[in-house]
Design a binder for this molecule. Structure first.
Ligand code: ZN
Length: 292
């Protein structure tokens, strides 16, 4: 084995509160990991680079980042976080920093596209060529892999900001999205549930109306994903999805809304992440593997 073969894949799952770092020999084998807080770009990127330098020689690096990010390879802004409101991080050249520092190829995508890639190749969607990964937590975000390729398009999908139909009698809550009010994120994210009912979904009794309503909203997302993209699998993760019974209710709502009409209905699955908390970092390793 030559030295290049022995060099490591590096991975960064860049989040708004923490950066998860890992090195691996392949995307299915994490050899070491480290978590650092997201402070200023200068401090956080330097701490990340220092940790990687101590692990050994890198052969490629993958970054799955919070957004919004620029994914167009032809753009001079490729690899940047763009107009985030997070202080100091707007226009941060994440990919360029590490490419300059280590002189290796860098793969770059959104955190949720990374998670979707990982779940489709190594997780709950193993064997599926098309999959959506949705996280329902402080916000609602999603990544999409179609025919084994992450979807970018004009920028990247923003699945949380679609409008949903509201059930009869559900008109007293305006929703909390600063841009759209009662878009899906404005109605079904963790902060929306807290603002509306004063508690998290898992704290509310099982017969509380919130369970059915949140399941109805998220069931519409799953149905829409199946109808629009023909994805086989919808993987639902994030804090709100830890609520007991929620995924079962969402499956029922989605099936009811689909009414058995969609071609491929029998192949549609709504599942929890197979990689648990490791979807994002595994996706970042895959981006490294594909870049290297
Ligand atoms: Zn919105």
């Amino acid at each position: 084995m030559n030295t290049a073969d022995m060099a490591l894949l590096g991975a960064i799952e860049a989040g708004g509160t923490k950066f998860v770092l890992a090195v691996g020999s392949s995307s299915s084998e994490i050899l070491a990991r480290h978590v650092i807080p997201t402070l200023t770009p200068d401090a956080t990127l330097a701490a990340a680079a220092e940790w990687f330098a101590a692990q050994g020689k890198l052969r490629a690096l993958g970054i799955a980042s919070f957004g919004p990010v620029e994914l167009d390879r032809a753009s001079p802004q490729w690899g940047h976080i763009t107009n985030t409101p997070k202080p100091g991080w707007a226009n941060c050249d994440l990919a360029g920093y590490f490419a300059d520092r280590f002189g290796v190829a860098v793969g770059f995508d959104t955190d949720v596209n990374g998670a979707a890639l990982a779940e489709s190749r190594h997780g709950a969607g193993k064997g599926a060529s098309s999959l959506a990964y949705v996280t329902v937590g402080t916000g609602i975000g999603g990544g999409l892999v179609l025919d084994n390729t992450p979807v970018h398009g004009a920028a990247h999908p923003e699945l949380g900001h679609i409008y949903v139909r509201r059930p009869t009698g559900d008109s007293g809550f305006a929703g909390i999205c600063p841009h759209h009010g009662d878009c899906l994120e404005g109605l079904a994210s963790g902060p929306a549930i807290k603002a509306r009912w004063g508690a998290s979904l898992s704290e509310l009794p099982a017969d509380h109306e919130a369970h059915g309503m949140v399941a109805y909203y998220l069931g519409q997302l799953c149905h829409s994903l199946f109808a629009m993209t023909a994805a086989e699998v919808a993987v639902l993760g994030g804090g709100v999805m830890k609520t007991p019974g929620l995924i079962e209710r969402i499956r029922e709502c989605s099936a009811e809304l689909g009414a058995g009409y969609l071609p491929g209905t029998a192949r549609h699955r709504i599942v929890a992440p197979g990689l648990g908390e490791d979807s994002g970092i595994t996706g970042a390793l895959m981006l490294a593997e594909d870049a290297g």
